[in-house]
Design a binder for this molecule. Sequence first.
Ligand SMILES: Cc1cc2nc3c(=O)[nH]c(=O)nc-3n(C[C@H](O)[C@H](O)[C@H](O)COP(=O)(O)OP(=O)(O)OC[C@H]3O[C@@H](n4cnc5c(N)ncnc54)[C@H](O)[C@@H]3O)c2cc1C
Length: 438
Amino acid sequence: MGSLADSAPFRVLVIGGSYGGLSAALNLQDLCRGKEPRCGPAPDKEHGVEQPQIPIDITIVDERDGFYHAIGGPLVLASETYAEKAWVKYDEIPALRSPNIKVLQGSVKSVDTEEKVATFQAHGPGAEEWEIQYDYLVAAAGLRRVWPVVPKSLRRKEYLLETGDHTRDALTGRHGVVVVGGGAVGVEIASELKDLHPETKVTLVQSRDKLLSAEPLPEEFKDIALDLVRETGVHVLLSHRLDRTDEARDDDGVDCYRVHFTNGHTMLADQVVMAVSKSVPSTDFLPPFALDEEGYVLVESTLQFADSSPNASSHFAIGDLAKWSGIKRCGAAMHMGYYAANNIFMSMVEENGIELPVIDKPREVLKLDEIPPMMGLAVGKKAISYWPEAGVNSGEDVMKSFFGDDLAFSICWNHMRLGTLDLETTVDERFGDLGLAS
Ligand SMILES: Cc1cc2nc3c(=O)[nH]c(=O)nc-3n(C[C@H](O)[C@H](O)[C@H](O)COP(=O)(O)OP(=O)(O)OC[C@H]3O[C@@H](n4cnc5c(N)ncnc54)[C@H](O)[C@@H]3O)c2cc1C
């Protein structure tokens, strides 16, 4: 077994510190410390076999100042208490408190795959721009989604003001909230709001005659979704295409909106939530040859960039921005993060001629299978799930197993072990700046 303890660390740049990016960074950190990767299968038995250590420096870049649990978005818009929980600043995530992981807040503006250098623009006062050299790059910047599907704010403090104002606006009027768009996000926004605030009138409008019409899911799933949404008390208008929304006054002279549909129907609302916009991959920092015509990154089953990119084998794309089959899901993003980590590690092993000890079976390069359509959808106190082997299931038990009691915040947090301190760091490194070292 080779030892690299004194050699220069591999520099790994991860663009996007959410489900995919954090999974890639932390699984890679595990592997390079000779541990089992946290999102991989557990070994059959305790083995006690010493594994090689590979020095790495991981830089995670994100536009936000913390991990935002996007899945919880619909509940963030309905509950200020939950909003507090759904965004955790990076410097408060124990798993990232490690001397070889650095998190920078700002945007990656460009990547030169030939020279292996990225241009980074810091956020905040001074807004410096500088270059980051890397040996491996993981693109995990997801899709660009618009408010209120995700917050506009990039800092937790402003996010709490933004979402808090939105929630209070939704609850104070008397005409209620109109949610436009009967896809998964619209269904969850409408039903979470109604579930938490039954006194508020909530209307979900959909241009087609079914909810979730664009999703490649069984009709049974869509029918049950409609039943469950109605069960929460949300008023559903199918076959209603939004024409426009005008500012208006009600009969008492109170400001509100008048929502016009193309079939001539109109209604008053205190708040109109648009859950219809098409999200586009956040990949404008990558060279065009790495992308398809819609901006998704072309990848091999190893999650490396497609062969046509220079240095393709050192560049990985994971999560929502990767061109891969299946409905975009956070579970897939975290799984891809683990695969990318494993494959970066295998590349480092190969480059250094390290012979890995065999534990249960030889560690090897992982290749992603095609992912069939699958979905878990929270609707108030119940959820519906579909995947090919299990078919369609729904109920409170499905809610519990897919989302727990916090729209899957704890499930994701625990899966990536974000709350677990990195035991290899010193007490000073972990607690020094919190004033807890002594
Ligand atoms: C409202 C809502 C509900 C959802 N519900 C579910 C659900 O129930 N189940 C499920 O499985 N999935 C759900 N999803 C989908 C799920 O959230 C995504 O599949 C998941 O977020 C993808 O993770 P990711 O790491 O690829 O990207 P993202 O989570 O989008 O993270 C990308 C990160 O990159 C950062 N970034 C972007 N561009 C740059 C740049 N140029 N420089 C630096 N940083 C950048 C962003 O700030 C962000 O933190 C939901 C999504 C939404 C919006």
